[in-house]
Ligand binder design. Sequence first.
Ligand SMILES: Cc1ncc(COP(=O)(O)O)c(C=O)c1O
Length: 372
Amino acid sequence: MAASFSAEGPAFNFAAGPAMLPAEVLARLRDELPGWQGGGMTVWEMPFDCAAFRDIQARAEAALRRLLDIPPHYRVLFMHGGASLQFSLLPLNLGCGGAGADYVESGHWSRKAIAEARRYGPVNIAASAASSGSSRLPRQDEWRCDARAAYCHVTANETADGLEYHWTPDTGAVPLVADMSSNLLSRPLDVTRYGLIYAGAQKNIGPAGLTLVIVREDLLGRPACAATPSVLDYRVQAAHGSRFNTPLTYAIYLAGLVFDWLEAGGGLAAMAAANARKSSRIYAAIDASAGFYRCAAAPADRSRMNVCFALPDASATAAFLALAGERRLFHLKGHGAVGGIRASLYNAMPEAGAAALGEFMTEFAAAYDARR
Ligand SMILES: Cc1ncc(COP(=O)(O)O)c(C=O)c1O
């Protein structure tokens, strides 16, 4: 590679998750570590049932409710286990017998959710992106749903494939369930269109392991499968304020700080605008590269959170990653199941990070072409 790149400048972490946290949140954590609000202990050391921790949790939930405008008939659960555990908990809690559940297969993570749900009962694939190689989301008029299904599951943002729903599916009386692990809080959302939303925290919310579940109260009335462990039973956790067993106290505290940061930054409308600018910057570099960078995702379904693209061959990809590292642009390697490059641009990624990557991509493509 003929071009040489400067090693100076700030570092940006494009990891898909665990991912960047806002610099202001990290600074507050550092300041508070020695003793939370002068109480002589960190949040790590606090009993989960003491008034101080209850207050931390209540404040986090209240901020989340304000950000997403969550109505009172929806419950917020702070659970353990990541989004993958929710793949099992949906059938175990919302129903796994009878007609089973509808799933839309749109890429890597929906396939994981489907495989897990099949362990508990019938799964109807309402629509699939497989024939397009997960390059576009099936349109609603292509879906074949079962009106008797316990729920209909979508993956709102396919983190590995770079596909995102920019519309809300209509599933009629069947509750719509969405894995929003990689796009919750990235833009305003009408929660009332969903029966249940879940999200692992490690992208837009906080530390890995913590998992948010936002569930319409009437769905808690469904009898969970008898074998569902109590800690994993939505009704039990809802009845105990997510404190049936020891919750992820520090992760909940950190998530609350992220929610405060989001509110202080203008809320989800401001995040949506910034996220659109950031992803547009990278897609513009792809589109202007005359085919050097290839993005498989159909333009209408392009993810704002995970921009996935390929270079002409493996050696170009390796050179891109190496030189990006020298530029202090880190963790750009695509998901193992997909390959190529993936730039994750969650809320905490500053616009300067997307600008730096876009600039690097343009320079790299030009330098590569000049060499050939
Ligand atoms: C959309 C989506 N769903 C589920 C998961 C699995 O999350 P976890 O590893 O926390 O179980 C991921 C992880 O990246 C994801 O992106």
